[in-house]
Every structure is written in structure tokens, then in C-alpha cells.
Design a protein around this ligand. Structure first.
Ligand code: NOJ
Length: 584
């Protein structure tokens, strides 16, 4: 069996998310529980203006492509006015559109077009920090210590005889200290002089907001309503385990550890109990809208916490609907590691009444094809490692089938459906990720997965930008992107694109997939095998040698060539057992 074409005539199971029916009204209220959402990194999706940067009109032009792929909706990375120190995660105006990406009218057109196609629209919201260009922060700098705007951030006097040392020893996630010192405006008599410090858990251009100040919560209520009134179906909440810091801002016991990892480890700066109050407040606000028309407005959190148990607290019934389960993404290609994280997720998260939100790729991580191409799980890449991209691609295909077979919801990052490898050899001078500069050029992590998508043709810009010849994508595309262009992918039934499309189509048609039970099956040591519902089997061979297929049945789909009764190495397959109710 090669990647099988889904059985024709599968009768769709009840349509939760609406993409199949081409409408988002009349879908289940909790449409998100098993939805597959496509992450659009707007800057790199499709450029309609010819400036080499993707935009909202480009996203609108790409909607039919996404509809054909079969996803239930899109999540848009931040498109707000921003000086782009962290590509939009430094928001200067929460209720606008950066001119680079379009304007509010174009946003409205995009939402309307997506809804006409039955696609949900989820937008990014960034509540932990804003931009240093945000009017509040500008006012805070201008007004000096003790001012009303300073109280909306974490301003504090420094330590040391002249306040020349930061208020505590916290490190920023992107390198360097988590505090920067400001120059105070000179009074009538005095010249400007070094003054207070402010906290930023990311870059200095992203000051952290003080959520202990009620003005902050009230402001975000208005922001949420602004976008809900424009018709969005939900929010992807950035840094959802952040927001509150320990009230005394004490020293961290292990500041070096905080910097060594990009996970939120400083227990004084992250995962404070008060943050759950915010999610209850936001859930109540979103539920107001859901009660009006019977469609949930989704809150999906970026929750980086150490354990599945902690993670589960964020998706209690009156908090976020979903939280990305990153433990799958960070698991090395290893049968035991995958089984462990899946077990933990199912035990801890399913117990909350929510569903698990699986994710293998996003705009912050090395793409799966490359991550699985070396040993273990790369946290950063250099051009010199001995990558076996074919092996990585086979494993990434297998991982995709695994993810789509797990109970719950899934997110697919743009280009994942094309099997794009990471671009590992971007020259230093084009890198824009603040992590690169702030770690003294040591960590090149996030540019390689953000290179603009290839759509067509044999040379850059591969149809990404409609501009004149001299128009260049904002990050250079390598020549080998030609092999992954969407026009080729659509024409080749063995492509990643067809695997994702077929998997999504089957998932929509098979009653066992999406939400429901998972039962582990006995399998050879390198094979992970489970049954979904009644008789739908998914098996993944993590090894390199072929293994016997765990149970007999009718093959539905496989990630690679699968001779009868055999599961080759680095391959996943779906079957229905002969006793199961067959798709008809
Ligand atoms: C998480 C986002 O995914 C990442 O891209 C961003 O840099 C940080 N949050 C800070 O907002």
C-alpha cells in the first residue's frame, strides 16, 4: 500500500467545525474540540503587494488552498501595528492593522471570506507585554517615577548605591537581563539622568504589563470585544502562563537556568496562581458572545509549564478552552518518549473536560523534517550537522499521521503540509530573530522555519510575492524550495500535501477519529500502536527495520510504501480491522 486514497463515499461524521459544509454557523458550539487549525505566519504566507512581506490580502487569496487542504480554520500570527522587534509580538496598537499587512477593512474582508468558506478565524493576542512604542509605555517614560502609566508596567528602583544594578537577578527569555534602565526626563532644573528600571521577560522593546493593576485587565476586555465584534472566532493567547509575577519580585534561585532554556522555568515570573483569574474573566467574556449565537469563541493558550498536570489547570472548564500541548513537539523521535507524553496528556488533560491540543510545529521551532533528521531533538540548528533529510521527512510524515489520529484537536504550521525542511544556512546578516542578536549570535533558532512559502515555479520568489523582479522575500528562499512548491505538491499524489489532505479527509469521515477513546495495543518494541474507538488502528514504527503490522485489517492510509502485513521503519499507517464498522 502506498499513501492510500481515502475510501470514496465515506459518510461524514457530524460536522463540528463546519469546514466540510462551508459554513461556520450551524456548527457545534464546541467546534474546537477536535478542530484542525492551520497556523498562518502572515509575514511569510503570501504577499499581495510586492514588498516581499506577506499580508492579509495574501492570506485571503490563499483561503481556497486551505479549504482544499481540509482544515477547519486559521490562526493568524500578530498583524497589529508594531515596530517588529519580535515580528509583531511587540504590539503598539491592539486595535489596528500594521500598514505592512493591510488595514481593518482588509481584515474584515478576510474574516468574511473565511466564513464564507466555513473556516474559523483565530487571532493572536499578546497580553503579557506590549511594545515600547505603545502609548502607555511612551507616557510612562515621559511622566517619570510614580506616574499612573508606570504603574501599568513593572518599574522599580535599581539596587546598588546609585541604583545602577537591576532590581533583581532575573534573566530574559531571549538572552540578557530581564531589566533595562531608563533615562528619566530632566525636571525644570535638571538634565536627563539614569533612573528606574523596567521589567521585560523577552526583549527590552517588549515591556511586561503589570496585571496587578486593574487598568490592564479592563483594557484587554475592550480589546477582546473590539475583535469579537469584528467577527473573530477566537484568540491564540501568547505567553498564557505569564502575566503575573511574584508580587515582591524576589531574586530567582537559579537565574542561569532561566536563560539556558526557552521554557518558562523561573517559578517567580511564570505560572502564578493569579493568572487563572484572568482566564476565567476572558472565558466569561467569550461565553457572552457564544451564548448569543451558539458558537464558542475559542481561547487557545500558549502554555509552557513543566508538567502535563500543571498544564491541565489552564483548561479547566471555566478557563481556556485549549492549551497547546508542547510536550509532543519537544519529544525526541523515540517510541517510549512519544508514548509517555501521549499518556500524560490523555490522563491529565482529558480529565479536565477539555481535549488535548496537539502540535508538532510552529513559528518558534525547528521544523519536524529537520528536527527528526538528526539524533534526538534539536533545539537549535547549524548548517554543519549531518542531517538525513530523507529520514527526517519519512519520520515527519509518520508523525503527522500519528498526530491526526490522536484524540483531540491539532494545529498545523504553514509549510508543514509541504514537508518543508528548516532552512539551516541563512546567512547571519539576514537573521531577524531577536534571540540571535541577544545571545551574541549563539542561538539561531527561529528564522529558518519562517522563510516565505514557495507557491509555484522554479526560482525564488516562487510565486510568494507578486512584485517586480527585484522584489525579494523578506528572508531568502533557497533554490531547493522548488521541490516543495504548492503547485508541485498538489500535482504529486505522493507529496506531504496529499498525505495531510487525505488524513484530514479521513479524519472528517471516520467516526472513530477526532474526540473519543484511545486503547494501546501490544506491538513490537519500536512500534507504537493504538485503537481509536471501534476498530480504527494507528501504528507508527519508530525504528528503521520493518515490523509486522500489529493487527490485520483493511489499510486506509500510510505515510510511506507499506507492503501487506508489514510496517516499514519510520512509517505510520491507519487501518480498520475487519470486524470494525467499515466506512461506507
Ligand atoms: C511566543 C511567541 O510564539 C513568540 O514568537 C514570541 O516571540 C514570544 N511569545 C513573545 O511574545
Amino acid at each position: 500500500m502506498l499513501t492510500a486514497t481515502p475510501h470514496s463515499g465515506i459518510s461524514p461524521r457530524p460536522d463540528r467545525a463546519g469546514a466540510a459544509s462551508g459554513t461556520t454557523s450551524g456548527t457545534a458550539r464546541d467546534w474546537w474540540r477536535d478542530a484542525v487549525i492551520y497556523q498562518v505566519y502572515v509575514r511569510s504566507f503570501l504577499d499581495s503587494t510586492g514588498d516581499g512581506i506577506g499580508d492579509l490580502a495574501g492570506v485571503r487569496a490563499g483561503l481556497p488552498y486551505l479549504k482544499k487542504l481540509g482544515v477547519d480554520g486559521i490562526w493568524l500570527s500578530p498583524f497589529y501595528p508594531s515596530p517588529q522587534h519580535d515580528h509583531g509580538y511587540d504590539v503598539a496598537d491592539y486595535c489596528g492593522v500594521d500598514p505592512t499587512y493591510g488595514d481593518l477593512e482588509e481584515f474584515d474582508r478576510l474574516v468574511a471570506a473565511a466564513h464564507r468558506l466555513g473556516l474559523k478565524v483565530v487571532i493572536d493576542i499578546v497580553p503579557n507585554h506590549c511594545s515600547s512604542e505603545h502609548p502607555w509605555f511612551r507616557a510612562a517614560l515621559a511622566e517619570g517615577p510614580g506616574g499612573e502609566h508606570r504603574a501599568r508596567f513593572h518599574f522599580a528602583d535599581g539596587r546598588g548605591p546609585n541604583g545602577e544594578l537591576p532590581p533583581n537577578n532575573w534573566r530574559a527569555m531571549f538572552g540578557g537581563p530581564a531589566w533595562s534602565r531608563v533615562t528619566e526626563p530632566g525636571g525644570p532644573a535638571g538634565a536627563p539622568e539614569p533612573g528606574q528600571w523596567y521589567l521585560h521577560l523577552f526583549t527590552p522593546e517588549q515591556p511586561d504589563l503589570n496585571w496587578r493593576n486593574p487598568a490592564v485587565a479592563e483594557y484587554f476586555d475592550r480589546v477582546l470585544r473590539f475583535w469579537l465584534d469584528r467577527g473573530v472566532d477566537g484568540f491564540r493567547v501568547d505567553v498564557a502562563a505569564g502575566l503575573f509575577k511574584h508580587p515582591d519580585l524576589p531574586d530567582s534561585p537559579d537565574p542561569e537556568a532561566d536563560e539556558r532554556t526557552r521554557d518558562s522555568v523561573n517559578p517567580l515570573a511564570w505560572n502564578q496562581p493569579e493568572v487563572h483569574e484572568v482566564w476565567r474573566r476572558w472565558r466569561a467574556l467569550c461565553d457572552e458572545y457564544a451564548d448569543r449565537d451558539g458558537q464558542d469563541r475559542l481561547l487557545v493558550g500558549e502554555v509552557s509549564v513543566p508538567t502535563a498536570r500543571e498544564h491541565a489547570k489552564y483548561v479547566r472548564p471555566d478557563e481556556l478552552h485549549q492549551a497547546f500541548f508542547f510536550h509532543l513537539l519537544s519529544a525526541p523521535w523515540d517510541v517510549d518518549a512519544f508514548r509517555k507524553v501521549i499518556d500524560e496528556a490523555l490522563t491529565d488533560i482529558a480529565g479536565t473536560g477539555s481535549t488535548v491540543t496537539w502540535v508538532l510545529n510552529n513559528h518558534d521551532q525547528v521544523r519536524t523534517v529537520t528536527r527528526y533528521a538528526g539524533e534526538g531533538c534539536a533545539s537549535g540548528v547549524s548548517g554543519t550537522e549531518p542531517w538525513n533529510v530523507d529520514l527526517g521527512a519519512a519520520r515527519a510524515r509518520a508523525a503527522a499521521l500519528l498526530m491526526l489520529a490522536l484524540p483531540g484537536a491539532a494545529y498545523v504550521y504553514q509549510g508543514e503540509e509541504l514537508g518543508l525542511p528548516e532552512v539551516v544556512d541563512l546567512p547571519d546578516e539576514v537573521l531577524t530573530d531577536p534571540i540571535f542578536r541577544r545571545t551574541g549570535s549563539r542561538r539561531r533558532i527561529r528564522d529558518g522555519c519562517r522563510v516565505p512559502l514557495p507557491w509555484s515555479g522554479h526560482a525564488s520568489p516562487f510565486g510568494f510575492t507578486s512584485g517586480a523582479e527585484e522584489a525579494r522575500p523578506w528572508l531568502p528562499q533557497p533554490d531547493w524550495f522548488a521541490e516543495h512548491a504548492t503547485d508541485r505538491a498538489l500535482a504529486d499524489t505522493r507529496s506531504f500535501w496529499h498525505l495531510y489532505r487525505d488524513g484530514l479527509q479521513l479524519r472528517r469521515g471516520l467516526p472513530q477519529l477526532g474526540e473519543g477513546t484511545l486503547r494501546w495495543l501490544d506491538a513490537p518494541p519500536e512500534v507504537l500502536a493504538f485503537e481509536r474507538g471501534d476498530g480504527l488502528i494507528c501504528a507508527v514504527n519508530f525504528g528503521t527495520a520493518p515490523a509486522p503490522a500489529p493487527v490485520p485489517g483493511t489499510p486506509l492510509l500510510s505515510s510511506g510504501e507499506c507492503p501487506d502485513g508489514v510496517l516499514p521503519g519510520s512509517t505510520a499507517a491507519w487501518w480498520v480491522t475487519d470486524t470494525a464498522p467499515h466506512p461506507h
